[in-house]
Write a protein that binds this ligand. Structure first.
Ligand code: SAH
Ligand code: AVI
Length: 336
């Protein structure tokens, strides 16, 4: 491997490489200035994932309402062996890897097939990547770990490159958190990182009964609400804001026209929020919303069009009997 710029962060037990952006990215101060100062107010979803937010997301995945994780995990359990046999990757690069929990199905399949490879989990949450690297090094002695930290919206051009087949993995339905333009650009960018013969394994959530969707983002234990509200703690810490989470409520609803869940923080009172690091403040009136996330749901065809539109070829499109989720293996074909 080793094209690209990285800087190493070493700790007692583990280390990860900080992937350098390939283009200038707005920082949190810019994102607050651009997103929060004027209605319609919004924030990029990456700010959910500080250490606590990443832990909350992991707990959401275990709720009875949040079907995507267990549905995708069941598909991976069933098909990982076939996927590894087909792809035999020298390197697995996972974008937005989180706990890498479901990816272990692929690593288990490597073991079954006595196939060795390297694994590069890439996530914005350094604490999570650090922890995962320790766990996986311990569990899979044969695995070459290449933990990476950075923002995948800042470009993928500095990711490590292997000599041999790479399988890019993008699970969890995180593609649904991208706008259509962001998704198209992202697939183009992944394709630009691929060599002929490389693969992409994508997990994406499907359109379904909206009662199922609304429940998944409104779990009765309030974990999704806590995850949503946690972004206010991130802002308090990072931009010295004075949000009181008790003055906001969680709202998640399915937008039928756009086939997406929209998640908001709703101001429960008239209030003024100050951002000391910016030297500015905003007035929020009772009922005013901040859009914190979109989570798009796709049809079978939309997913295939998105992938083939970037020049990749669909190899297999797996789905469960209830059609709740898609797991798609595609490939950048070798020139004939
Ligand atoms: N793939 C895992 C996690 C999904 S949650 C799963 O299927 O369970 C989304 C993950 O993407 C989180 O771990 C979050 O930290 C990461 N993430 C969000 N925005 C990111 C960004 N801009 N760059 C890199 N990682 C990001
Ligand atoms: C990471 N992403 C796919 C999750 C989703 O379902 O859109 C994030 C999430 N938001 C609320 N619950 C889960």
């Amino acid at each position: 491997m080793n094209r690209g710029e990285h800087s190493a962060r070493n700790t007692a037990q583990s280390s990860y490489l900080q992937v350098q952006p390939t283009r200038p990215m707005p920082g949190i101060l810019d994102d607050v200035l651009n997103g929060l100062m004027h209605p319609p107010r919004s924030l990029p979803p990456k700010y959910f994932y500080d250490e606590h937010g990443s832990w909350l997301f992991d707990r959401i995945c275990e709720t009875k309402e949040y079907y995507p994780t267990r549905t995708e995990d069941a598909l991976l359990s069933q098909y990982s062996s076939e996927i590894i046999r087909q792809t035999l990757p020298v390197q697995i690069v996972e974008l937005g890897s989180g706990t890498s929990r479901k990816t272990r199905r692929l690593l288990d399949a490597c073991e079954t097939h006595a196939h060795t490879c390297s694994y590069a989990p890439f996530d914005v949450c350094g604490e999570m990547v650090h922890q995962v690297a320790i766990e996986l090094r311990h569990k899979y002695h044969w695995l070459k770990m290449e933990p990476l930290v950075g923002d995948y919206h800042a470009g993928l051009g500095n990711l490590p490159v292997a000599s041999g087949i790479t399988m890019f993995v993008f699970l969890g339905g995180t593609i649904g958190n991208f706008t259509p333009d962001e998704a198209r650009d992202f697939f183009d960018e992944i394709r630009d990182c691929m060599h002929p013969g490389d693969y992409l394994l994508l997990g994406a959530d499907r359109v379904k009964d909206e009662r199922v969707l609304n429940a998944a983002y409104n779990d009765v234990d309030g974990l999704t609400a806590g995850f949503n509200l946690n972004v206010l703690n991130v802002l308090n810490r990072e931009v010295d804001a004075n949000f009181n989470a008790g003055n906001f409520s969680h709202l998640a609803l399915f937008n039928r026209e756009l086939n997406r869940i929209e998640m908001y923080l709703v101001s429960a009172i008239d209030q003024i929020i100050s951002f000391r690091k910016l030297g500015s403040s905003i007035s929020l009136s009772k009922g005013e919303r901040i859009l914190t996330e979109i989570s798009r749901k796709f049809t079978y065809r939309e997913l295939e069009t998105m992938i083939t539109g970037s020049g990749m070829e669909i190899i297999r499109h797996y789905e469960p009997v209830n059609n709740y989720f898609s797991l798609i293996l595609s490939q950048l074909r070798k020139a004939q």
